[in-house]
Ligand binder design. Structure first.
Ligand code: LHQ
Length: 254
């Protein structure tokens, strides 16, 4: 249900249940957790692309696999939440390459990524309200932080489909990409991130999350700690040396 490929320093994770619009069943949860763990552990991987096979990114929970005997809270705690938590903890950039519809927890998954490259054919749908549920899988955390409180509430309550163009206007999108340029541009963007100072990027992710939940005092202290770590990295040394030597840096992630 998941394809995992490594090309150069990029891990490509493809949700692969196209006939079910890549909706989540138990196997897909387990395999996605494993894929993220492999990508985190492998020192040679410096960027992760998360995408979907076929015409959807993901339609969220497979609704044919739940009924009123399912413990929804338990399902979230054991399957979805660890994935969302892990994505924020992985010290490498994660790109959601949103190839098509992202609905329900599929939308949440795209929100939990660090970048969203969005096909012109894609759309976002906070589908929960249409089945009498509330947004989950980090949606309530990330959505207002990306689009603001008022717009987040509107998207949650009205549950209207958001086109790629509208999503771009709302700040949900790093870049909208045409169908013909899709693979080339996603690869190029992932390759660019994979050649950047990986440790610094990991520390930036951590610092931004921390900033939402902290006082200025704590954020300043957190920045000082992160800078001590970044300052000891090989990529920092290379960055300064290349600057002084007036050449392009060659970052290795060390
Ligand atoms: C599906 C699904 C799907 C099964 C399309 N399941 N088959 C967490 C914890 C606990 C419980 C519940 O949930 C959660 C988190 C959640 O994610 S809740 C939200 C679940 N997702 C949704 O409510 C979205 C449901 N899907 C849709 O609204 C539409 O399918 C979208 C807007 C995604 C796409 O619409 P269309 O492009 O018109 O495609 P379609 O509706 O014709 O779907 C194609 C097929 O895929 C169809 O099957 P069929 O056998 O008729 O070809 C759908 O039944 C199936 N499918 N989503 N979530």
């Amino acid at each position: 249900t998941i394809l995992y490929e490594i090309k150069d320093s990029v891990a490509w994770i493809t949700l692969n249940r196209p006939e079910k619009l890549n909706s989540f069943n138990e196997a897909m949860h387990t395999e996605l957790q494993e894929a993220l763990q492999s990508a985190e552990n492998d020192k040679n991987i410096r960027a992760i692309v998360l995408t979907g096979a076929g015409r959807a990114f993901s339609a969220g929970q497979d609704l044919s696999e739940v009924d009123n005997s399912t413990d929804y809270g338990g399902l979230l705690r054991s399957r979805y939440n660890p994935i969302i938590q892990k994505m924020s903890e992985i010290g490498k950039p994660i790109i959601a390459a949103v190839n098509g519809t992202a609905a329900g927890a599929g939308f949440s998954l795209a929100l939990a990524a660090d970048f969203r490259l969005v096909s012109e054919k894609a759309s976002f749908l906070n589908a929960f309200v249409h089945i009498g549920l509330v947004p989950d899988s980090g949606n309530t955390y990330y959505l207002p932080r990306i689009v603001g409180h008022a717009k987040a509430l509107e998207l949650m309550v009205l549950g209207e489909k958001v086109s790629a163009t509208e999503a771009e206007r709302l700040g949900l999108v790093t870049k909208v990409i045409t169908a013909e340029d899709w693979e080339r541009e996603v690869s190029a963007f992932a390759g660019r991130l994979a050649s950047m100072p990986t440790k610094a990027i990991g520390l930036m992710k951590e610092g931004l999350i921390r900033s939402w939940n902290s006082s200025l005092e704590n954020v300043l202290e957190g920045e000082a700690n992160a800078q001590s770590l970044a300052g000891l990295s090989g990529d920092h040394l290379e960055g300064v040396q290349s600057f002084l030597e007036k050449r392009k840096p060659l970052f290795t992630g060390d």
